[in-house]
Design a protein around this ligand. Structure first.
Ligand code: IMP
Ligand code: MG
Length: 184
């Protein structure tokens, strides 16, 4: 598949590369300002989805920070969330006494981030905030605090810029809406 052609499974492009880049720069500027006087910042990206957003965000920050990752799983396959979350990989560094900024690709039901925030809170970080690139407010089942938000979207399945459907489409440079017939 040639990536410059939009795959047939995609209904339309929701966010193009320029729109994404501009919003990442705005988020990075806000975060850089908010943490200007604060040491010990660690960005924790939630794998796999957040890896592209985190790398762009991180390179746009003008303040020193460390990068780490965790891996969680909430989906067996496709789009159905049962609410069960599993830790697959923990951070390398301890988050205790650190200023932790969790970087997540997308907030759907909220179960994943809710679970993660509880787990991290129990480790006594100095502070704990969230940066979420996309939120689907109509889908939220639990209330999760979002400190930095990229975009909101209605209830659609998005792919690209780290987001996948059954591990496909993750490396598209834009964010597209998947045709409903692909997962319905
Ligand atoms: P939640 O626990 O329902 O909030 O789900 C969060 C996780 O589900 C995200 O980190 C994504 O990995 C995945 N997810 C939710 N919605 C989408 C989507 O539209 N496209 C791709 N992945 C999604
Ligand atoms: Mg994710």
């Amino acid at each position: 598949m040639a990536y410059r052609e939009i795959p047939a499974e995609i209904e339309r492009v929701f966010l193009d590369e320029e729109t994404i880049a501009a919003q990442v720069r705005r988020l990075a500027a806000r975060i850089s300002e908010d943490y200007a006087e604060i040491d010990n910042l660690i960005l924790v990206g939630v794998l796999k989805g957040a890896f592209i957003f985190l790398s762009d965000l991180s390179r746009n920050l003008t303040i020193p920070h460390e990068v780490d990752f965790i891996a969680l799983s909430s989906y067996n396959k496709g789009v159905v969330n049962t609410g069960a979350v599993r830790f697959i990989m923990d951070t390398r560094s301890s988050v205790t006494d650190r200023n932790v900024l969790v970087v997540e690709d997308i907030l759907d039901t909220g179960y994943t981030l809710d679970y993660l925030l509880r787990a991290f809170q129990a480790r006594n970080p100095a502070s704990l905030r969230t940066c979420v690139f996309i939120s689907k407010p109509d889908r939220h089942q639990v209330k999760v605090p979002i400190d930095y938000l990229g975009f909101e979207t209605p209830d659609e399945w998005l792919v690209g810029y780290g987001l996948d459907y059954a591990d496909r489409f993750r490396t598209l440079p834009y964010i597209g809406i998947l045709k409903r017939e692909v997962y319905a």
